[in-house]
Design a protein around this ligand. Structure first.
Ligand code: NDP
Ligand code: OXD
Length: 309
């Protein structure tokens, strides 16, 4: 089997070895040194160059080396008949929860304020609310958002969430539809965005919707940068309508040097690091879905190109 690998952040020897362990005889082609493109069976990619994937005539599957697929679906020349499959890896899902948990506690227990107070040598103990008095909202209740919401609820936070279709998650008040979105926005003291970037979600967190959030609320964006109106967020933080924002994803990555988020006192920036692809477990997840395709089965995590995720 011939596998194309397009990701400059990966340990290629490790991937080649891990895939061979499950798939047997694998010839591993690291882009751009591909050789004969007619030989390639499967492509494992992160942010493939536009138009590249259509140049492999016998491709049987395109695999995202990440949970999101927007970096693949953005290609207007994507071969239509080839299934796109995304990564759902429990190790990374749990990492995403740990990231969310850190920042939920950061805002819940006023660590942002204490950081500012320390620079001014101010001793000012804040009132502590119980987790049950704090509303945590999660937009997107899929593999990651659902897990985050469930764990936030287990920690005692008053947790609500929103998704396209109605969900049932223990301890979480789940909503859908426009009214559901408005309700989650109006109530969330801490709002976590876990939505994928699709034509429906891009620009969703705009000025009007950010204005619905309770005064002094905080935002944690771990989904995609395109969902957020950056200027609207900065205006909301500057006016005091919102208290703080933690941003892991951006509409342009790496975040440009001159972007205002870098130095904004109420913004925490991390470099798309909330749940990195785990190179020990991810190749095995992908290999098992390749085997499903080889056996004529539907892969476990096929992307619906019409829905955009
Ligand atoms: P899933 O596809 O499992 O979940 C997506 C969720 O979003 C689902 O609940 C879905 O609803 C909901 N959704 C999608 N479109 C809409 C819409 N128009 N209106 C309302 N709800 C919508 O994805 P994952 O949970 O695995 O990952 C989510 C995203 O997180 C990825 O696409 C990626 O962008 C980002 N990500 C970021 C990482 C990081 O390091 N920062 C790491 C991994 C992922 P429904 O359940 O009804 O289908
Ligand atoms: C992503 C990922 O999709 O890092 O953002 O997995």
């Amino acid at each position: 089997m011939d596998i194309l690998f397009i990701w400059d952040g990966g340990d290629t020897d490790r991937w080649a070895k891990a895939l061979s362990e499950t798939l047997g005889d694998v010839r591993f082609h690291v882009y751009p040194n591909v050789g004969d493109k007619t030989k390639i069976d499967y492509a494992l990619v992160w942010l493939p160059p536009l138009g590249e994937l259509k140049t492999y005539p016998y491709l049987k599957g395109i695999f995202s080396i990440g949970a999101g697929a927007s970096h693949i679906l953005r290609d207007p020349d994507l071969p239509e008949s080839v299934p796109v499959v995304r990564l759902v890896d429990n190790t990374s899902v749990h990492d995403m929860w740990l990231y969310a948990c850190h920042w939920i506690l950061h805002y819940h227990r006023h660590f942002d304020l204490y950081q500012t107070h320390q620079s001014a040598r101010t001793w000012d103990r804040q009132k502590v609310l119980t987790p049950g008095q704090r509303k945590v909202g999660v937009l997107g209740l899929g593999a990651i958002g659902g897990y985050i919401a469930q764990n936030a609820a287990k920690m005692g936070f008053n947790t609500i969430g929103w998704s396209r279709t109605q969900k049932e998650i223990d301890g979480v008040t789940c909503m859908n539809g426009d009214e559901g979105l408005n309700s989650v926005l109006r109530q969330s003291d801490i709002l976590i965005n876990m939505l994928p970037a699709t034509p429906q979600t891009c620009g969703l967190l705009n000025r009007e919707r950010l204005a619905m959030m309770p005064k002094g609320a905080s935002l944690i964006n771990m989904g995609r940068g395109d969902i957020l109106d950056n200027a609207a967020l900065i205006a909301a933080l500057d006016s005091g309508a919102l208290n703080g924002a933690t941003l892991d994803v951006f509409d342009v990555e790496p975040l440009p040097q001159d972007n205002a988020f870098w130095s904004h006192p109420k913004v925490k920036v991390t470099p798309h690091a909330a749940g990195p692809t785990n190179e020990a477990s991810a190749p095995h997840q992908i290999a098992s879905d390749i085997l499903r395709l080889e056996h004529g089965k539907i892969p476990s995590h096929a992307v619906n190109p019409n829905a955009g995720y």
